[in-house]
Design a binder for this molecule. Structure first.
Ligand SMILES: [Zn+2]
Length: 417
């Protein structure tokens, strides 16, 4: 029996009636396994450019690698087509909204260029153009009226996992439970973190709550992130044995590009050149000069410590930052460090409880009461009084406000996943 590797990518199926893309992919894979001799080699969850149009905050596409008998190629494509038509007919029963899904299922028996992934994680990709490129690579593309989903589906197939790639196990809910309150105790998530230390991003310590369960009424029970497949699998079986955790319907482990920082090209260092400004909603921005160009950096209210730090910056402060350049050219900060600060001038020295004055250009400072004179100088504030402006310490949003793609500072410093 001659075997062949098949790659499947799926994107843009999120719909309130048919569920999220992760669960759709699970459903498709179950159909394939039941009707063919395919073996699942790998499942992927790939997060993409956060500024892509029509996207939710997560912006993720799903992928799978299958090993299958070459003579079942046609059968597989037929199963995929039938499955896709059924899904479309359900979506079409509902009125079209602005965020109507435009699902795309891509099947390729060849690897796709890895640069397709990099283009999609760092910027805008034209769906029509990618569609034509994929057609040239002999991909089977099943899509709805629009072709938006092809970009993510291609990226999920084109991505090459690396040794340091992280994992996420997703558990889905029983049909009868969907829409009801999730049973997942606070204690179970807290203990998960201590009992399974190689899982991560389970809780937000700044808020004291678990973040493994979504807040939307979607079919996902929880997602456990960790450094390897066995780590997330063990954590899941441990959770499922507890009586304060809902029993799942099914689950699957995905290798992911989460916590990779793949969306950020590099960190930059430079000097602050303006006073911070505040916009509606508590967001703040300032300008920096990197030695090559002048940039606007923005810290949204949700970035917490980054936002608070940026508000205290003044011209001359030296900083290092990492963030995503938005389509309007501003850099949305995800990491920030103050390397050195310029002096904060409080005023002229004080004598006899009064500010010393200069009598004129080229003249010393003079106390008007006792007549003492002093060289002209300013009194500056030291770092100890600049509370919150910690030199050399990285700032980042709390885990619940961090992008899936972002690598937490603790992981960078430990040099681990
Ligand atoms: Zn005096």
């Amino acid at each position: 029996m001659q075997l062949v590797t098949c790659r499947i990518g799926l994107d843009d199926t999120d719909h309130h009636e048919i569920g999220c893309t992760t669960e759709r992919m699970q459903d498709l894979i179950m159909h394939i396994i039941e009707q063919t001799d395919c073996e699942i080699l790998e499942r992927r969850l790939v997060r993409l450019w956060p500024f892509a149009e029509r996207r939710t905050r997560g912006n993720g596409a799903l992928g799978a690698l299958l090993k299958m008998p070459i003579q079942q190629k046609e059968l597989l494509i037929q199963i995929c087509n039938e499955w896709f038509s059924r899904m479309l007919s359900i979506i079409e029963q509902y009125p079209k909204s602005e965020f109507a899904p435009s699902p795309c299922l891509l099947i390729s028996f060849e690897p796709l260029p890895e640069e397709w992934y990099w283009q999609t994680v760092r910027g805008y990709v034209d769906p029509e153009e990618r569609f034509h490129q994929a057609t040239k690579k002999n991909c089977e593309i099943i899509h709805s009226d629009s072709k938006f989903g092809v970009v993510g589906a291609c990226a999920a197939v084109a991505w090459s996992p690396r040794e340091q790639s992280t994992w996420e196990l997703i558990a889905w809910r029983q049909d009868s439970r969907i829409g009801k309150k999730r049973v997942l105790s606070k204690e179970s998530v807290q203990t998960l973190e201590t009992e399974h230390p190689r899982t991560f991003m389970n809780r937000d310590p700044t808020k004291g709550n678990g973040i493994i369960a979504p807040r939307t009424p979607c079919p996902v029970l929880y997602g456990i992130r960790g450094s390897s497949e066995s780590v997330v699998n063990e954590a899941h079986s441990w959770l499922q044995k507890r009586n304060d955790v809902e029993s799942c319907h099914s689950f699957a482990s995905h290798i992911t590009n989460q916590l990779s920082d793949d969306h950020i090209e590099s960190m930059h260092s430079g000097t602050v050149t303006s006073m911070p400004s505040e916009t509606k909603g508590g967001h703040a921005f300032t300008r920096v000069f990197s030695g090559i160009s002048s940039e606007k950096i923005v810290a949204f209210a949700e970035t917490g410590p980054i936002n608070r730090t940026l508000r205290k910056l003044i011209p001359g402060d030296r900083i290092t930052w990492g963030g995503l350049t938005s389509p309007d050219g501003a850099i949305h900060l995800e990491k920030l460090r103050v390397n050195d600060y310029s002096p904060r001038i409080l005023g002229r020295p004080v004598c006899c409880s009064r500010t010393m004055r200069s009598a004129g250009k080229g003249q010393d400072l003079r106390c008007l009461k006792c007549g003492k004179t002093e060289n002209k100088r300013w009194v500056c504030e030291g770092p100890e009084s600049l509370s919150g402006l910690l030199m050399g310490k990285w700032m980042e949003p709390s885990p619940s406000n961090m992008r899936h793609l972002s690598k937490p500072i603790s992981h960078i410093e430990k040099g681990t996943r």
